[in-house]
Design a protein. Structure first.
Length: 260
């Protein structure tokens, strides 16, 4: 678990910092979010198999989630203390930071199994219509690429369960990946994640390595997640990719929000 987390943190942040002026490898998590991040790193998530309830936030029972998430309940909780309220000094919170904070609030819930909370919180930023789950849509948001990418991750975690409009989670995920703008920086991050996991994975043979490493496009990789889920060894590989990707998305969101 440690090697791919370390590679993602170091390699991904360096690469993205070269492409985006808002990303810095020196950011840290807020006091509320840090324990959740620690919990996630100690309890990696399976890449699929999370059934969804499709209820608005008001109808979701928080008791089904670990107690650590109680520290993160609103947008302000994801900001580091020097960016919050009266402690803010000569710092203006941008629309991108505010919107990404809402998205990260959902994502942090996803890290502890709250896929429905995540779905409800990213929905207004990724879908241009009001919904019964997410409420009013937030149009033309700078957080749209990140929200849409995370929306795809949510349904990928739903996996083989039937969800919206009778679709399997995998099918819904493909729709949201197509909806994600092609210039979304997280696609670049995912490629870095896959390279890191492939380098560190203990392949049984060169044939096995070639069979997996030949799948270079996002669509093919997503297909791998689906078609190989019955192989225990490939499930472990997919879980490694999945958790490294979650780490990457987490670091990206935090870098946007907690820039000073």
């Amino acid at each position: 678990k440690q090697w791919y987390q370390r590679r993602v943190r170091e390699h991904y942040l360096i690469q993205i910092n070269l492409r985006s002026s808002h990303c810095s490898p020196m950011v840290r998590f807020s006091e509320a979010v840090a324990p959740v991040v620690t919990y996630f790193r100690e309890h990696p998530l399976p890449h699929q198999g999370s059934p969804m309830l499709y209820e608005p936030l008001s109808g979701l029972d928080k008791r089904r989630l670990p107690d650590v998430i109680e520290s993160v309940q609103e947008r302000s909780d994801v900001f580091c203390e020097e960016l919050r309220g009266e402690r803010r000094v000569n710092t203006v919170i941008t629309k991108e930071q505010e919107h990404t904070a809402d998205v990260m609030l959902g994502f942090v819930h996803m890290l502890v199994g709250g896929v429905d909370e995540a779905h409800d919180l990213v929905l207004p930023y990724s879908w241009p219509c009001d919904t019964k789950w997410g409420g009013p849509a937030v149009l033309d948001s700078p957080a749209l690429p990140t929200a849409t990418y995370i929306h795809a991750l949510i349904h990928r975690m739903e996996g083989y369960h039937v969800g919206e409009q009778g679709m399997l989670g995998w099918q819904n995920a493909r729709f949201w990946y197509k909806e994600t703008p092609s210039n979304c920086v997280l696609f670049e991050g995912f490629r870095t994640v896959v390279e890191g996991v492939r380098e560190g994975w203990k392949w049984k043979s060169e044939e096995e390595r070639e069979a997996v490493c030949g799948k270079d496009t996002w669509t093919d990789t997503l297909g791998l997640f689906a078609e190989e889920r019955k192989s225990p060894r490939m499930v472990k590989y997919c879980d490694a990719v999945h958790n490294a990707e979650l780490e990457m998305v987490l670091e990206h969101c935090n870098a946007v929000i907690n820039k000073v």
